[in-house]
Ligand binder design. Structure first.
Ligand SMILES: *Cc1c(COP(=O)(O)O)cnc(C)c1O
Length: 395
């Protein structure tokens, strides 16, 4: 038996594959209040743009993450777009993002007319590399009137957006230090990292809470879901008020008049989605604990295979293990990756490789970019394993 079959069989022995097969992450509403809250919401008639579940969901996210203020929105992409707008990203600016991310990170930049500028990752967390960031800034950036410009393109560099990939916290403390030195706004894409934290100055800080803004996603494949949804985290009261205002058509409070004081978006999370969200966040602690069990199981079953390793959280950080990732260590990783995926899919185990690097997609291939050596090295080594918490229990 070849090594690819060996790997897939070990995965198979660890999980239950149901008839439709198994994906890397599936939602679960078992043993939750989902139906109850949804019925309550429907019976009340308040299914749309306002209602008590929105406020309740925001409160629970605030309690769980420790973020001072929370605005829930229609999805994670819009959460990013709004956060970038809030820190001042405008058309023709450049925004630093890593190439190893879901396409939404780059799209949110583009939706504002700004241009992604790719910064390399580091291999441990797969997140933006602080050294690469610093090096790139030293090479191309110049400060003028407290703003940062790319001296080669003449464009303003208006934000840095690290991503907490697969739930593994990026080196966010180091990145924040560099951003502070340059006076650059920091927006954390924590779409995949609800339940992940870093330890800093003996404090546990939830991912998304160190930056000027942090964003979450509640898409169907994330650790908890509202069907579709997202959230913005910030510790600044004025930013919070304005973000809420802009995400809700910028309408001034008035019993009957439709007075809107600026061009704004309709990015609200509907009350019915928030009701589902409340039932999901109530299960979050349990999901996190089951995920850690699943991670330990995978770690154990691959311990003796020298060809692969299971990615683990960096020092001083705690991962939610949203997706548990296998890394192929050898030099023939590309062939091996394809063999593993082919064999697994035949058995209806729908393993997924990591994303194609964003700078290789047609719309971003001409974007600005630093040296992407590590991203190129890593991108074909990564395979995400079935990671739903219900794989270890009947959640
Ligand atoms: C899911 C995700 C998003 C976007 O969230 P949506 O809710 O799907 O719009 C953004 N960034 C990353 C890294 C994601 O995984």
């Amino acid at each position: 038996m070849g090594i690819s079959e060996e790997i897939v069989n070990r995965i198979k022995s660890n999980i239950k594959v149901h008839n439709d097969g198994i994906s890397v992450h599936e939602p679960s509403f078992l043993n939750s209040n989902a139906s109850k809250y949804l019925c309550e919401c429907i019976d009340s008639g308040w299914v749309s743009s306002s209602g008590k579940w929105v406020t309740k969901f925001e409160e629970l996210i605030h309690e769980f993450t420790g973020s001072k203020y929370v605005v829930v929105v229609s999805n994670g992409t819009n959460a990013l777009k709004l956060s970038l707008y809030m820190v001042g990203v405008r058309a023709n600016d450049e925004v630093f993002i890593p190439p190893l991310s879901f396409v939404a990170t780059a799209n949110a930049v583009s939706h504002l007319g700004a241009i992604p500028h790719f910064i390399d990752i580091e291999p441990k967390s797969l997140g933006m590399c602080p050294l690469a960031l610093e090096k790139r800034l030293n090479k191309i950036a110049i400060k003028k009137n407290n703003l940062v410009f790319n001296k080669y393109t003449g464009r303003r560099i208006s934000a840095v957006v690290p991503v907490h990939v697969f739930g593994l916290p990026a080196k966010i403390v180091e990145i924040k230090r560099i951003c502070s030195n340059w006076g650059l706004p920091l927006v954390e894409d924590a779409a995949e990292a609800l339940g992940s934290s870093v330890f800093h100055n003996k404090q546990k800080i939830h991912c998304g809470c160190l930056g000027d803004f942090g964003t979450l996603s509640f898409n169907g494949n994330k650790i908890i879901t509202t069907g579709g949804g997202g959230a913005i985290l910030t510790s600044n009261y004025e930013s919070f008020k304005l973000a809420k205002h802009i995400s809700t058509t910028a309408k001034l409070n008035h019993p009957w008049d439709f007075f809107h004081d600026q061009i704004a978006w309709n990015d609200r999370l509907p009350n019915i989605n928030a009701a589902l969200g409340v039932s999901q966040i109530e299960m979050l602690e349990e999901k996190l604990s089951l995920k850690r069990d699943l991670y330990c199981k995978y770690k154990q079953i691959f311990e003796d295979l020298k060809e692969v390793e299971i990615l683990e959280e960096s020092e001083n950080s705690e991962s939610n293990y949203w997706l548990i990732t296998l890394r192929l260590k050898g030099s023939n990783h590309n062939t091996l990756k394809n063999e593993i995926l082919r064999y697994a899919h035949k058995l209806k185990i729908y393993l997924r490789p990591s994303w194609i690097l964003l700078n290789e997609l047609p719309m971003y291939e001409n974007a600005e970019s630093g040296d992407l050596k590590e991203a190129n090295n890593q991108s074909n080594r990564l395979i995400n394993l079935p990671s739903s918490p219900q794989l270890v229990s009947k959640l």
